[in-house]
Design a binder for this molecule. Sequence first.
Ligand code: ZN
Length: 158
Amino acid sequence: MIDELRDLYQEVILDHGRNPRNFGVPAHHTCQARGNNPMCGDRVTVYLTLDDQGVIRDARFDGRGCAISTASASMMTEIVKGMTLPQVEQLFQRFHRLCTGNERAADDGDEANREALERLQVLSGVREFPVRVKCATLPWHTLKAAVAGSADQEVTTE
Ligand code: ZN
């Protein structure tokens, strides 16, 4: 990765880390889950509002974590709004591959998916630091747990 790009990515991560979007407990939500990454000490709770079509109408989070996990949660809550659950699942699989090193945003033909992945590219630097992959993916694992459970769910990274 060239230095200018690395600096830009770092800036985006720090911005989201300092000024997280969609942060705080919402007045209303339809499901939630807590995520815990003991390797780093990251804790996140994800709150979702799903409509009866299975579309995510609102996504928010709170908790405490490192800059990577906070930035990832912040970006995730922006990106998944308006997406269906299968779209989110597909995006998460691709994002996970992006973080572990063998995915390129340009590979996808689906426009919305490609745009989302391009935004998430700023987190791809974690591929050089395997421990950090869990920080970046924790909010996504937590979102999946929220969707999967009708009650309050907790997920812990291994
Ligand atoms: Zn972390």
